[in-house]
Each structure stands twice: as structure tokens, then as C-alpha cells.
Design a protein around this ligand. Structure first.
Ligand code: RIB
Ligand code: CA
Length: 303
């Protein structure tokens, strides 16, 4: 089993990623760390606990960053994830509570306790990881791997023509992480936009008659409606965050190329991730994915 810290900004596709990760026997999910992103951090932390309760799982949750390193905070994407961040499906407060240790300290402590063992899967803005590297640079050589859902290296962005949402939300954190020397694999829109969950699947989920399946179907339906607005005729939604989990569960789902990836920090192109010919190539960029094989694997594991 691979020991994993999953860093989330829960979020509908984060919720799908949490379910997939916790139902994958290849992974030992040590803890979930939360960041602002799809909502304020209080909400993404609450949502993470709500999702765990729906899944009947108990994993410690560590609250993290509430704002970007340098840029002014951007508006939360309620049109994509709902007012509550989970498709307006949160009916009650969770019983479980978050831990008192911060996400940043938890990451540092775990990595130092288990040198060269821990994989960090980050599917939100990279603010927690950037703070951890700044606070204790020693962790850079002690993390086994960092798999990030973020960026759009060879295709256009999803929040601006240039930038993907997680990187746009905190580009300075992304630049800090990319240039830190951490062993980064980038699971960007280059591959996640090819892993589409078809909207026909929701009827199958509902047909199970289980509360958890209904919860996920309602939430995912909201996300799919948002997708249809931006991509008329798409017939589903992209599995961004679940693919980052899939890449750790079974790396053969994707093909990678190593590049020097620069992050644009200001202006119209802020948040853009560009593969540069010059400079040391050190970021593993996912460029191809076996989408059907991944989708089947994800669906067989979800509940
Ligand atoms: O661009 C996709 C990413 O941004 C995902 O992590 C999703 O949760 C969204 O916020
Ligand atoms: Ca996310």
C-alpha cells in the first residue's frame, strides 16, 4: 500500500476523488488536508467531513490555507460546485470534526516521520504545499512523489483562455512548488479533459437505492449541468481530481513527458503553465491517458 496525503478543496470532483481513493486498496490514505479553492476553507473542510460521513469512512482531516500566497483572492466558483460547494446537497452539519493540527504542520510532520515513503496527491490550489516547503525546505528531498491536478500545458485553460483553475487560484504557490525540487507529476487539463464521466451513469447510481449513491448522483448532476453550459453537447463532466488519484493507483493509465514548466504570475496570462525548451526539465507532465480503461476502473471502485 502506498501511504498518501490527499490535499483537497472539496468540491464535487474532489468528493469523487476522495471516494475513489478511499476505495482503492493500493492506497493507505493517512489524512486529508484542506485548502480554500472551490469555496472558503471552512466550507471545503466541512464538505470533506460530510463526504467522509456519507462514505462511512473515518480519516483525519486537517484544515489548511484560507487565502492565496500573494494574489488577491478570486471569487468562489459557486456556478460550478454550488453555493455549498457540493451541488447544494449538504443537508446537515457533519458530526465528525477536523483535527486541531494545521494542514501545513501535518504534511511536514508526516513526511519527516516517514522519509521517502509518502505520496502527496494535491487536487486544489497548491497553497498548503507551498507553505510547507517554505516553512521546512528539508521536506523537499523526503517526499516520495507529488501528483498534482493542475495546469493546462499544451491546451487552453478552463478559467481563462490560458489558465486552469487550481493554478490560477494561487499561481505563486504553484511556481513555488514547481521550482522547489519536489518530484512533481502534473495531471492537467491535457489529460483530464479526456476523461469524461457520461451523464447516463447517474441513473445506474440511483438504481442502487443507496443513500450514498443518491448523494453522489445529485451532486454530480449539478456539476454536469455546469459542464453543459460551458461545453454544449459534452454529455457529462471531466474527472479532473479522480484522475490524479488514478495516476497513483495505476501509473500505467497515463504517459508522461519531462519538461521545465514555468507559471505566469501576472497579467492576462496569469496562471498559465508553459513547457519551456530552456532550463532543467524536472516536471513530469501527463500528456496521454487511456481514458476508457481509467473510467471503468474508477466506476468499479467508486462506491
Ligand atoms: O480545473 C479543475 C480543478 O479545479 C479541480 O481540482 C476542481 O475541483 C476545480 O476546482
Ligand atoms: Ca479540486
Amino acid at each position: 500500500m502506498k501511504p498518501v496525503i490527499l490535499d483537497v478543496d472539496t468540491g464535487i470532483d474532489d468528493a469523487l476523488a476522495i471516494a475513489y481513493a478511499l476505495n482503492s486498496p493500493e492506497l493507505e490514505i493517512l489524512g486529508l488536508t484542506t485548502c480554500f479553492g472551490n469555496g472558503p476553507v471552512e466550507k471545503t473542510t466541512r464538505n470533506t467531513l460530510v463526504v467522509l460521513e456519507q462514505l462511512g469512512k473515518s480519516v483525519p482531516v486537517y484544515p489548511g490555507a484560507d487565502k492565496p500566497l500573494s494574489r488577491p483572492p478570486k471569487k468562489f466558483p459557486t456556478h460550478i460546485h454550488g453555493e455549498d460547494g457540493l451541488g447544494n446537497r449538504v443537508a446537515k452539519s457533519p458530526v465528525m470534526e477536523a483535527e486541531s493540527e494545521s494542514a501545513v504542520d501535518y504534511i511536514i510532520n508526516q513526511v519527516k516521520q516517514r522519509p521517502n515513503e509518502i505520496t502527496i496527491i494535491a487536487v486544489g490550489p497548491l497553497t498548503n504545499l507551498a507553505h510547507a516547503v517554505k516553512k521546512d525546505p528539508e521536506i523537499v528531498s523526503l517526499v516520495k512523489e507529488v501528483v498534482i491536478m493542475g495546469g493546462a500545458v499544451f491546451i487552453k485553460g478552463n478559467v481563462t483562455p490560458y489558465s486552469e483553475a487550481n493554478i490560477f487560484t494561487d499561481p505563486h504557490a504553484a511556481e513555488c512548488v514547481f521550482s522547489s525540487g519536489l518530484p512533481v507529476t502534473l495531471v492537467g487539463l491535457d489529460v483530464t479533459m479526456k476523461t469524461l464521466l457520461p451523464n447516463t451513469i447517474l441513473a445506474d447510481w440511483r438504481a442502487t437505492g443507496r443513500e450514498v449513491s443518491d448523494f453522489f448522483a445529485d451532486m454530480t448532476s449539478f456539476y454536469m449541468h455546469a459542464y453543459e453550459t460551458f461545453h454544449p453537447g459534452i454529455g457529462g463532466c471531466a474527472l479532473h481530481d479522480p484522475l490524479a488519484v488514478g495516476v497513483v493507483v495505476d501509473p500505467s493509465f497515463i504517459k508522461k513527458e519531462t519538461w521545465n514548466v514555468k507559471v505566469f504570475l501576472e497579467g492576462e496570462e496569469m496562471g498559465r503553465t508553459v513547457a519551456q525548451a530552456e532550463g532543467e526539465p524536472k516536471i513530469q507532465v501527463c500528456t496521454r491517458v487511456e481514458a476508457d480503461r481509467f473510467l471503468n476502473h474508477f466506476l468499479n471502485r467508486l462506491f
